[in-house]
Design a protein around this ligand. Structure first.
Ligand SMILES: Cc1cc2nc3c(=O)[nH]c(=O)nc-3n(C[C@H](O)[C@H](O)[C@H](O)COP(=O)(O)OP(=O)(O)OC[C@H]3O[C@@H](n4cnc5c(N)ncnc54)[C@H](O)[C@@H]3O)c2cc1C
Length: 482
């Protein structure tokens, strides 16, 4: 049997996605001896930047929202004194529908002007002013803590959410579609489709399934400060990495054993001992690390949260001088085969971002919703044919809609849920949908009933995306400080 080297840490974090990397940086800044273990050669998970045949692409996440004074994402980086390579821009994304464009400007007035041209409605101003106001009011609430370690902690958590519940009570009890139709009576199906598309990328659900509060927060998401990250989303992790005591990449964790002092973590031919363990793997993927027993049973209980939702991606590098926006949402007449959404989210690198694409080129990351089960387990020939047909259809659509020549694509390839499973250890993407029937307090918190065992990431509190996962890291900090 190979000899295993042994190391001891205050905290080991498994997985270097947003949650794991931010948790490791936060704990290191508190003077803890922290080890971050990541299976891939780069940090970032769904929000990383990778190279393929010499071209650079953002893996999944492309937008970095909520980077402004007073917001949790900004507060997090400010506390670490980390400077980020970001530049602000005024339009979160541009929705394109039947040849018309609707820029989702951060500022309310220019957005309202644009909206009146595309979807005029007498209640537009009142509706969107309310969305803007509720968003600002919601993010001002930060005094809550969410724990499920024991029933007592859980009840105390619910009490900490009372100010939010009191402030937004009617919105919590109402369905999103009822709220929208009451505020915008008689709105056209095309207008409703733009709202559904905006909602889907934030809550991963529809207005029929989302509460009015989730709907309002999702529709107001583009009003948060958006910044472009020079060099790709991976640059955020390059900035965070020096804050962490120790980072081991290309180190997949295979086994975790509970011990009297904490946990024994096995990776390759190494063993790490720690008092505190933070898992950044999705909750429904974490049972595999443990032997049969209470911890394995605990994680197995989350299996039903894997809702089969995932993403199909197209990555491309284009040689073009076209004046492209950073982000578009292209609304389709009908979903493409093997996808579940009638909208494509397309992001382009900045024209001056030569870390992400050569001069006069743009790196493109495109995502559309799909189901994991439509890809995983397919016979190889069918998988290949289905994938290449979809890539081709999507690229045709993007070029036709944005007026680009297909010949300007110098490199491209697609990725499926199977690709995500292979590289990031997860096929399910998008976290746990924020649905009306599943209030957040039914979801896993950042602590567990087991001493020293914590979780962060988009399948635990608070939600997916940078703002959602960082809210979970702030919560983790409160739980560890308590
Ligand atoms: C297509 C797509 C587009 C998105 N767009 C946006 C966007 O524009 N803006 C936004 O804010 N959010 C966006 N999101 C959401 C956001 O990317 C995710 O919510 C977030 O990145 C999830 O972070 P996480 O902390 O849960 O970690 P994950 O990203 O799940 O990372 C987990 C990490 O654990 C590692 N790991 C797994 N198994 C092991 C193991 N055994 N040992 C060691 N390491 C392991 C993985 O390699 C990975 O690095 C998007 C997501 C997708 C999929």
């Amino acid at each position: 049997m190979a000899h295993k080297a042994i190391y001891t840490y205050d905290t080991v974090v498994v997985g270097g996605g947003i949650g794991g990397t931010c948790a490791a940086a936060m704990l290191s800044s508190k003077g803890k001896k922290v080890l971050l273990l990541e299976k891939e050669p780069y940090l970032g998970g769904c929000s990383s930047t990778f190279s393929h045949q010499g071209f650079r692409y953002n893996t999944g996440a492309t937008t970095f929202a909520g980077f402004e004074e007073g917001m949790p994402v900004h507060a997090f980086f400010k506390a670490l004194h980390v400077t980020l390579p970001t530049s602000p821009f005024s339009c979160a994304f541009v929705q394109v529908q039947k040849g018309k464009t609707l820029p989702r400007f951060e500022a309310l007035e220019p957005f309202l002007e644009a909206l009146e041209r595309v979807h005029p409605h007498p209640q537009n101003r009142a509706f969107w002013e309310e969305i803007w106001r509720i968003n600002r009011a919601f993010y001002a609430h930060q005094g809550y803590v969410f724990s499920k370690r024991s029933w007592g902690d859980f009840v105390r958590s619910l009490v900490s959410f009372l100010p939010i519940a009191r402030a937004f009570f009617p919105l919590l009890l109402r369905r999103g579609d009822a709220y929208v139709r009451a505020k915008l009576p008689g709105l056209s199906p095309l207008y409703m489709a733009t709202l559904e598309a905006s909602l889907r990328i934030v809550t991963q659900t529809t207005t029929r399934e989302a509460s009015a509060l989730s709907t309002v927060l999702a529709l107001g998401y583009p009003f948060l400060r958006n910044v472009y990250v020079q060099g790709g989303m991976g640059a955020l992790f390059d900035a965070l990495e020096p804050c962490i005591t120790h980072v081991r990449k290309k180190t997949p964790v295979t086994r975790i054993l509970p011990r009297s002092y904490g946990f024994e973590i096995h990776a390759h031919h190494e063993v790490f001992h720690t008092r505190t363990l933070v898992l950044n793997t999705p909750v429904f993927e974490s049972a595999k690390f443990f032997e049969p027993g209470p911890i394995q049973e605990y994680f197995t209980r989350f299996a039903p949260l894997d809702n089969d939702q995932s993403a199909f991606m197209v990555y491309a590098t284009l040689r073009t001088d076209a004046p492209l926006e950073h982000h578009y949402q292209l609304l389709l007449d009908a979903p493409f085969p093997h996808t579940t959404s009638d909208a494509l989210f397309v992001s382009f690198s900045d024209a001056n971002d030569t870390r992400l694409a050569p001069p006069r080129h743009r790196s493109m990351t495109l995502s559309v919703h799909t189901k994991s089960s439509w890809w995983i387990g397919l016979p190889p020939a069918l998988y290949k044919a289905q994938k290449s047909a979809l890539v081709s259809q999507i690229l045709d659509q993007v070029c036709a809609t944005l007026g680009l020549e297909k010949s300007c694509i110098v490199h491209h390839f697609g990725a499926t849920p199977k690709t995500f499973a292979r590289y990031l250890g997860r096929a399910q993407l998008g976290g746990i949908p924020m649905s009306y029937t599943r209030p957040f307090f039914l979801n896993p918190s950042n602590d567990t009933p087991f001493r020293g065992l914590y979780m962060v990431g988009d399948t635990t509190f608070a939600a997916q995306g940078w703002p959602g996962v960082i809210a979970g890291v702030h919560n983790l900090q409160k739980l560890l400080d308590a």
